[in-house]
Design a binder for this molecule. Sequence first.
Ligand code: UGA
Length: 435
Amino acid sequence: MRISVIGCGYLGAVHAASMAKLGHEVVAVDVDPVKIERLAAGDAPFFEPGLPEILAEAIASGRIRFTTDYAEVAGSRVHFLAVGTPQGPTGAADMTYIDSAIASLTPHVAAGEFVVGKSTVPVGTAARLAAGLQDAVPGATLVWNPEFLREGFAVQDTISPDRLVYGVPSGPAGSSAVEALDEVYATTLAEGTPRLVVNLPTAELVKVSANAFLATKISFINAMAEIAEVAGADVTALADAIGHDDRIGRKFLNAGLGFGGGCLPKDIRAFQARATELGVGESLDFLADVDAINLRRRAHVVTLASELLGGAVAGKRVAVLGLAFKPNSDDVRDSPALDIAARLLELGATVSAYDPEANHTAARIHPSLSYVDSASAALQDADLVLVLTEWNEFRTLDPAAVVAQVASPVVIDGRNCLDRDAWTAAGFTYRGMGR
Ligand code: UGA
């Protein structure tokens, strides 16, 4: 099928390449000429395992084209809308990119075609956009097909998601939309992927409520970590024990520095703002606590660092291992790790930071941190070691070798990812999160 993808950020670039991988003919549009040039040359603008390979394959097969010219989308049967909805100044989602993308796209859409929203939007957006599209192009249909991809697994999550959700209008237009999307996802559906057909607001809500649930689960275990810390319990053992209950499940129960990234933090804030607009703000009051618990983890680590350094951070050498908001990513948007590194710098520490992939993205936001190109360089003569992103490279560090490099054997395991016994046996003072 001829498909267009509007927006070539994280979501759009992965979606466009994945659609080509599924055999479709894709034209991908972005207003940023630099991004388009890089993608057209097969150069992925961010670190995402598997993306360079499918991008190269798509380009070689001639099934993908990158352009800044909206006119080139003409003739596509399905137009995916995949632009960003970042956090605005009030916490509500900033809809500028959605609104300008739809305004640029609409003149090139014809009757019988489908505009398919993939971006995360406040509930009610699809109905608003559908009305505008209906006025401008009678016979074109707007549907919502939220995306659930995780960074680091984005390609796999796009091609083989754990479910497909189609938000469609009622009546014949809705049935035609389901047919068109079934054709887009024929390969995925043939694998047995569950597909749920719902109305537009349900599709929008599925996305934000899934992220709100995940954020709540993480903050729940971090609240237990706060209690475990004062009660002398071990939150990791607690998570293992409650996680054996199928109704609870062990996934997303890792206590640590909490959630960051370009999705969970801004989505729970935008969701609260939207609920308030709808007059049901109370229903999501608990998300303010979810957010507060999450942000407390960062403050807690800074306090702990100060305690372990004898009360004063200024002038101390601190090794920060990890800057990305999670491993297998170079994304530092709202990253707890980068936030903690910056706070320690502000308190006067000499911070030597290393991330296997995120040094360059972090340096754009915090150029004054000192970035080094290996864990070993960061660890040299450190008074305190902080492991803030659970990259495999850090999990597998040999504490016996590290102890010989540092000035003082003290480690904060911000992601509970180190072997506590091995680090303690090597002579380290070990502090985990909620253990
Ligand atoms: C999240 C959702 O998981 C995806 O399903 C969703 O599609 C995506 O947002 C989105 O809205 O686009 P992502 O931001 O890639 O995906 O990251 P997650 O894997 O959810 O991790 C988020 C944060 O939670 C990370 O900082 C991670 O370190 C933290 N986390 C995760 C924990 O602190 N504990 C855990 O047990 C799990």
